[in-house]
Design a protein. Structure first.
Length: 71
């Protein structure tokens, strides 16, 4: 993935998250949503919460798991 593709994906994710913000009610949910989506997009064979959290800077496995379970 080159820089142009990464920036395009980032813009698309931000547009989607802006829609999500209106219905989320809490800014922390938006934060964990952003990290969860980043974890799904980033390279890595396993897309379960634990490996994604380890790959993400600031990835808190418990918080991401809670977001995924409540969404």
């Amino acid at each position: 993935m080159d820089l142009e593709q990464l920036n395009s994906i980032r813009e698309q994710v931000n547009e989607w998250i802006n829609v999500f913000k209106a219905n989320s009610g809490r800014s922390e949910r938006v934060h964990w949503c952003r990290l969860y989506i980043a974890g799904l997009i980033l390279e890595g064979e396993r897309k379960s919460i634990e490996p994604m959290a380890k790959r993400l800077p600031g990835g808190n496995e418990q918080a991401i798991q809670q977001f995924a379970n409540q969404s």
